[in-house]
Design a protein around this ligand. Structure first.
Ligand SMILES: Nc1ncnc2c1ncn2[C@@H]1O[C@H](COP(=O)(O)OP(=O)(O)OP(=O)(O)O)[C@@H](O)[C@H]1O
Ligand code: SF4
Ligand SMILES: [Mg+2]
Length: 345
């Protein structure tokens, strides 16, 4: 299915740098015992060099599948289809596994939600970073060790030379995540994918780690794809936001526009569930209902069983992602929402 996303067309403006990452019509289907499961459905994304794009959505919306697809790390049961999927102009669907391995680490790297499982428990932190460096660079161990300690120091780990000798279990969760950030950025990749990197950490440590990722990415000019279900984190981190619902993009917008004038009822619901949005300190207001089973999607707009504005075409026709105002796209028959919500946005 060929289609030309308007979002991508905008990036051909000659005043903009070439995009780092382009996905058009990215679709991921898993073979399961219960039949095919479409986890991502025709997702269009572009990421400019140095830009921070937040990908938000509830559990099961396809955020991790998206990040693993971009990193070439999906299991063999997954089938990837795309009209286009490029990183620095290279076609990721045609790249060999060997070239993808070389690209991971140097061109793009990833930090995961749970730092404990991403590190080898029986190897010293410093040795693991040295190994990561020497995987892609032919330099002596001693030189790699100096680089590893510098990388740990850059993440604010106190006494980095001593910490390099520690095993993962001897460090706190926050320190382990810093070590992983050091490892991910040691080759100065152009793209960092951070998949819920702070959800396993204490709230105060979360804020420090977010600051660290943002500062290091800015210093090194690294673009960041930041995956989260926390709109507070989006407000902190993102230049632009992509909202995923049941494997589809329902809204993309610059961060400021998304918060001031969301153009999809699902985004409005996500914003309503931000704790700080509730001035009376009432508990979070989750969106009514749950994400549908990807194998039994409702007809029309996939969000219609949960949408307070569902009527008419919503029940029969799938809304396409279309531009509502410059830079902002929504897949909603009723966008712009200003009249639907009675000016409440
Ligand atoms: N290996 C797999 N095999 C089959 N289905 C999978 C696989 N991995 C993910 N899925 C399915 O794909 C959909 C998207 O999952 P994904 O892990 O991307 O969600 P998520 O947005 O990252 O959620 P969370 O916020 O809980 O991390 C879900 O329906 C999930 O069950
Ligand atoms: S298309 Fe209709 S059901 Fe879907 S989000 Fe918009 S108003 Fe709601
Ligand atoms: Mg996930």
């Amino acid at each position: 299915m060929k289609h030309m996303p308007q979002d991508t067309m905008l990036t051909t403006d000659i005043t903009r740098p070439d995009p780092l990452l382009v996905a058009q019509g990215l679709t991921v289907t898993f073979a399961t015992d219960q039949g095919p499961l479409r986890a991502l459905d025709a997702v269009d994304l572009t990421l400019a060099p140095g830009e921070t794009l937040a990908v938000v959505g509830e559990s099961g919306s396809g955020k991790s599948v998206l990040s693993l697809a971009l990193m070439g790390l999906l299991p063999g049961t997954a089938r990837i289809e795309a009209d286009s999927l490029t990183f620095e102009g290279r076609d990721l669907t045609a790249i060999t596994e060997r070239d993808f391995r070389a690209l991971r680490g140097t061109g793009m790297s990833m930090i995961f939600q749970e730092p404990a499982t991403a590190l080898n428990p029986v190897r010293r932190i410093g040795d693991q970073i040295v190994e990561a460096i020497r995987l892609h660079e032919d330099i002596p161990v001693r030189k790699a060790r100096t680089r590893a300690i510098e990388a740990l120091a850059a993440t604010g780990i106190p006494a980095p030379a001593e910490r390099a000798e520690a095993f993962p279990h001897q460090l706190s969760g926050g320190m382990r995540q810093r070590a992983l950030i050091a490892m991910a950025l040691v080759h100065r990749p152009r793209l960092l994918i951070a998949d819920e990197p702070t959800t396993a950490l204490d709230v105060t440590v979360q804020a420090q780690i977010l600051d660290l990722i943002r500062d290091l990415a800015r210093e090194t000019g690294t673009a960041t794809l930041f995956i989260t279900h926390d709109m507070g984190v989006v407000a902190e981190m993102a230049d632009r936001v992509a909202v995923l619902y049941a494997g589809r993009l329902v809204e993309t917008a610059p961060s400021a526009a998304l918060f001031s004038s969301p153009e999809h009822p699902y985004t409005v619901g996500l914003l309503g569930s931000m704790p700080q949005m509730n001035a009376r300190g009432e508990p979070m207001l989750p969106i009514q209902g749950t994400v549908p089973d990807p194998r039994v999607m409702p007809p029309g707009c996939h969000f219609h069983p949960r949408c307070p504005f569902a009527a008419g075409a919503c029940l029969t026709d799938r809304p396409a992602l279309r531009q509502v105002r410059p830079g902002q796209m929504s897949a909603c028959h009723n966008a712009p929402l200003i009249e639907t919500l009675g000016g409440a946005t």
